[in-house]
Design a protein around this ligand. Structure first.
Ligand SMILES: [Fe+2]
Ligand SMILES: [Fe+2]
Length: 294
């Protein structure tokens, strides 16, 4: 009896106004707007090339931004629910089912990060259609994105999740969710790199907070591209500021950071190859090289 995370099903990103956000996510990043399978009218469903979704969430009450969340697709949903129910973690939701048959449940980790667990998407056929702004209805003409951006977001490479207590949070990510702790490929030792079955990663980011002009930048979503130079050039041409990078990590992963119109920190990255790394990692994610702790 255990939980297995297969991949990232979607990320939920808080936004104020879809009209502003879609100019960025749909027109510049090239994410495809797809019909929403939930009833809340305040969520825009979009997806990357491989089907991993990005849900842009406006405040339901018009006033308070929601917290970001990450949704993981699990091997066995019913088993996962049972284990979560007996785990004692707070803010465990009831299970829900979407119009496409996808089931979901939410829980908080020990640092208050919102996590969602789901089945696969698209289990039932749906005739829902969507307009260019992500408003979904049961019938009508379906909008097909035709952004001519050169950026091709392949998938979500990883999510960065801020944590305060590394040892406490290992009880969730390592012991309960069974994500594999892998050596990180950066400098210092404030990040724990973990990997799911398909190579998608969760980066748990310990203090210090990375305080910049826009607050703590630890929480972020990393989108994967093949051609990072091309993506960077397209963003610069669209007047999006690159705030960090282009840099290269020890596994060859190239990356840079931007902010979306609402100040959500986003990373654009290539896929690293850390299959034959010389680095070693302990059970808490502390990484060493040549037996020296980084
Ligand atoms: Fe979600
Ligand atoms: Fe990252």
């Amino acid at each position: 009896m255990s939980i297995t995370l297969k991949t990232i099903n979607h990320v939920g990103i808080p936004i104020w106004d879809r009209r502003v956000s879609l100019k960025f996510y749909r027109d510049i990043l090239g994410l495809k707007v797809i019909p929403s399978m939930v009833d809340s009218p305040n969520i825009v469903w979009t997806r990357t090339n491989d089907g991993t979704m990005v849900h842009l969430i406006e405040p339901a009450d018009g006033e308070n931004l929601v917290d970001p969340h990450t949704a993981f697709e699990v091997e066995d949903f019913d088993e996962t629910v049972k284990i979560l129910r007996s785990s004692g973690y707070p803010e465990l939701s009831d299970t829900g089912e979407r119009h496409d048959g996808q089931k979901c449940i939410f829980v908080n980790d020990s640092d208050g990060n919102r996590l969602e667990f789901t089945t696969a998407s698209g289990l039932k056929e749906s005739k829902r259609v969507v307009d260019a702004l992500g408003y979904t209805s049961e019938s009508g003409k379906n909008f097909v994105s035709n952004s001519n951006t050169v950026i091709d977001i392949l998938t979500v490479n990883h999510v960065g999740i801020p944590i305060n207590d590394r040892f406490e949070c290992m009880r969730m990510y390592r012991d309960l969710l069974n994500v594999k702790i892998i050596p990180h490929q950066i400098d210092g030792n404030t990040l724990v790199w973990t990997e799911m079955v398909d190579g998608s990663m969760i980066h748990l980011i310990a203090p210090p907070k990375s305080i910049g002009p826009r607050g703590d930048g630890r929480q972020h979503v990393a989108f994967e591209v093949d051609d990072i130079e091309r993506a960077a050039e397209a963003l610069v041409n669209a007047d999006v500021e690159i705030v960090e990078g282009i840099g290269t990590r020890h596994d060859g992963q190239q990356f840079f950071f931007v902010y979306d119109p609402d100040g959500n920190r986003l990373e654009i990255a290539t896929r690293g190859n850390h299959s034959n790394t010389r680095r070693m990692v302990d059970e808490n994610g502390y990484t060493s090289e040549n037996s020296i702790l980084l």
